[in-house]
Design a protein around this ligand. Sequence first.
Ligand SMILES: [Zn+2]
Length: 599
Amino acid sequence: MRARDKVALALAGALIAAAPAAAEAAAPRPADTVFRNGYVRTVDARDSVRQALAVRRGKIVYVGSNRGAKAWIGKRTRVVDLRGKMVMPGLHDAHVHTLMGGSGLTSCNLNYEPLTTEQFQQRIQACLDRTSAKEPDGWLEVGNWYRQAMKPAGTDATRATLDALRTSRPVTVRSSDGHSSLANSKALELAGITAQTPDPAGGRIDRDAAGEPTGILEDAAGGLVRDLVPPPDADDNVAALRATLDAFRREGVTAFMDQGSSDAVASAYATLRRRGELTARVALAPGVSRALAARSARAAVAPVLAMRKRWETGPIGVRPGLRVRNVGEVGQDGVLQAPAQTASFLTPYFVNVGSDEAPKWVPGRDRGPDPYWPLQDLADVTALLMRHGITPEVHAIGDRAVRHTLDAFQIARKRSGSRLPLSISHAESVDPRDVPRFKRLDVLPAMAFQWAKPSFDSIDAAKNELGPKRFARTEPIGTLWNAGAQVAVGSDWPVDTLDEWLLLQVGITRENPEGGRYRGRLGSSPLLPRRAAIEAITRNAARVMHMDLQTGSLERGKLADLIVLDRNVMRVPAKQIRRTKVLLTMVGGKVVYDAKRDR
Ligand SMILES: [Zn+2]
């Protein structure tokens, strides 16, 4: 908030407090909608709770008592009796992959299920059979493969797994974390990947004992194959993003940051907007090219500025639009889970030097790759972006990648003199010495809260490999919050099913509701208070997207982006938060989802 606005708001507040009659008199024109008898969680600077809220022309004109709201009710005002229900700002998700998510909802999809090799093959065969018109050479892309959870434990897939299918089509399967791809022999052949192919920068071609490619392609190596897949056409994209927006409305998401946005994505959102179907605020976050950055920061930033010029729909207003104030998909490392272990750490991963029956885990030699960006390049690009009012959200998971990113941010902040908020997504492992730097450098961690629970990913695929100390401090959500960081939410959908309410519950409890062998709390990072979790998914995530002056809290003058819930997530037992149902979603004063109407 700018100082001027602060003064104005403070003055307005003082006037209302001192002379409510005068404030009411200053409201000659009735509101379009008045919500009464509610638990209105404003998420304002004082975290105040009110009873009523009035909306006029897409903006909040009043937040306060039932009595005060009366002055806003006219003949045509829609009056909603909340009967004690909770109202809060619409959810803001600062890290989602919306085209991947939307096409997952509309195409061949393994649905994050732990599968045996046979089930894996059956599911993909079914997709092939459904689209058999594409034989013999149309590509099949498969998504949301939960690679780490293949059954029985330790099972992995290779190109042979896919070669056994009844097809001559090239097939590629993407892991749900987005970092690994699997290709069949036909796909490898088309991509020209052989034993002689060198690993590309920022990626790895997995090879067997004889040096032959196994079909597994890590990070940038996956692109060698995926780049050959003809891109979906404009209609496919519109259909996928329509499915995304529908899912968001039901979930209560009113604003989001799309990672690595392409022109194709922007164009599809622009189409949906023209047709009046855009029901959330879109923060497009195109990527920046490491190769161009090696030439010059200016060369790397130019395409981002071109995107802004082409797609921005103007200032944030009542009607949802598109903005380009962020850069995303700036990858510093991969993932920390075995078998990939592509997260960049300060100290080595542990290895088992004992046996399976009598394991003995000790530090090995591999501490993951060096952070993918040269320090100076990242600092240069960040500083230049900030001068243009754009900030990067950098993907960093291992503590070395996090430190390296903070180092680059420190240089960039000093050089640009900019006060815009910076952001690191995931930050799953932060060295204790770097924890206070988030506050100091105004870097918002955009955390996928749902990862902070005992699960296959955190326990089976990471616990031993991280070693006890490092494991204890993973997913440092509460640690960062306690150190004054403005923790934000970035769910990373579709890495997991879209479920912002489970995400909030896990952020607060650090427990897996499935229990069983995953019962108990993850690690030793302190629990996040509920109010902090709510703030993370509203005001703080809005700040990451440069929307916090207009959205993210329910205050007079802000846009009416809000949700009504079937339960009070501040009061129900924490274990019930994940069952929360959104009853109504409003964006810019317009009801875009009503549970009764849109079942
Ligand atoms: Zn992501």
